[in-house]
Design a protein around this ligand. Structure first.
Ligand code: COA
Length: 259
């Protein structure tokens, strides 16, 4: 699929997906959403890719859903749009390889929600986060009302959602909304080094870890533990587990095949 609003570059098994609609601060219109859906569907099974970085071109990560498109929708259209955005961001959250948000600027509304759907968030010191939908007479609709409280707690999430205020990277780090803050100059190197670090590990184990955390999170503890045990067990049948443990015992680096 030729992309109008994405560039995709693969170096050292790390795919960098750059949302490239800078004149609209990378706002998510229907085409950008469809392209994100397409690229993440392809990346999920691309054996040449072990990790993904998502970032934005220019001074913004993503400044939200496209407000002009939103304004043209009726109630049924908005519900469909929300379900569509949620499905795409769920696909990102469930990708069986690490997805790292390199937040280079505004991460507002759908942009904040995109970052929330990623597994790890790295922000430039000048990044700004917020869910300003209530200022538009809306609520976050791409998972923000659900993922933000799970990440930072209900009180802080409600404060951000109800005020619609923007917070800077330092505050986002303080409340646990971002995991690492980098300078503007080092943002992409920091994101890459995390991606490289993860992609040296057993790929099947990384995929199962993502699955265990995602699928266990909202289950009762006993159920979630049973899920962990089941996934832990499946790794016993993998070449990666045989290789990882043999390499440790032989005091040599592991060579994982992803099988
Ligand atoms: N949807 C559609 N267009 C958007 C947009 C969005 N979410 N965010 C920014 N843009 C457009 C602007 O309309 C403007 O387009 P124009 O040059 O054709 O007029 C362009 O991007 C640049 O934005 P501008 O507002 O001029 O930049 P700024 O530096 O003054 O302000 C923001 C930056 C991010 C504070 C401001 O653009 C903003 O508040 N955006 C909306 C954020 C939002 O509410 N997101 C949630 C949407 S549900």
């Amino acid at each position: 699929m030729p992309y109008e609003f994405l560039t995709v570059e693969v170096v050292d098994r790390i795919a960098t997906v750059t949302i490239t609609r800078p004149d609209k601060l990378n706002a998510l219109n229907a085409r950008v959403l469809a392209e994100l859906d397409g690229v993440f569907t392809a990346l999920a099974t691309d054996r040449l890719v072990g990790a993904v970085i998502v970032t934005g071109a220019g001074r913004s990560f993503v400044a939200g859903a496209d407000i002009a498109e939103i304004a043209a929708n009726d109630a049924a259209g908005l519900e469909r749009l929300s379900a569509q955005g949620q499905a795409i961001f769920n696909r990102i959250e469930r990708l069986p390889k690490p997805v790292i948000a390199a937040v280079n600027g505004f991460a507002l509304g759908g942009g904040c929600e995109l970052a929330l759907a990623c597994h790890i968030r790295v922000a430039s010191e000048h990044a700004k986060f917020g869910l300003p939908e209530v200022k538009l007479g809306l609520i976050p609709g791409y998972g923000g009302t659900q993922r933000l409280p799970r990440l930072v707690g209900k009180g802080r999430a409600l404060q951000l959602i109800l005020t619609g205020e923007q917070i800077d990277a330092a505050e986002a780090y303080r409340i646990g909304l971002v995991d690492v803050v980098a300078t503007t100059a080092t943002l992409h190197d920091v994101a890459r080094s995390i991606a490289l670090q993860v992609s040296k590990n057993g790929p099947v184990a990384v995929a199962r870890a993502i699955e265990a955390v995602n699928d266990g999170f909202d289950r009762p503890a006993d159920d979630a533990m049973a899920l962990e045990a089941r996934l832990f067990g499946t790794l016993g049948a993998t070449k990666d587990m045989a290789e990882g443990t043999a390499a440790f015992l032989a005091k040599r680096p592991a060579q994982f095949s992803g099988e």
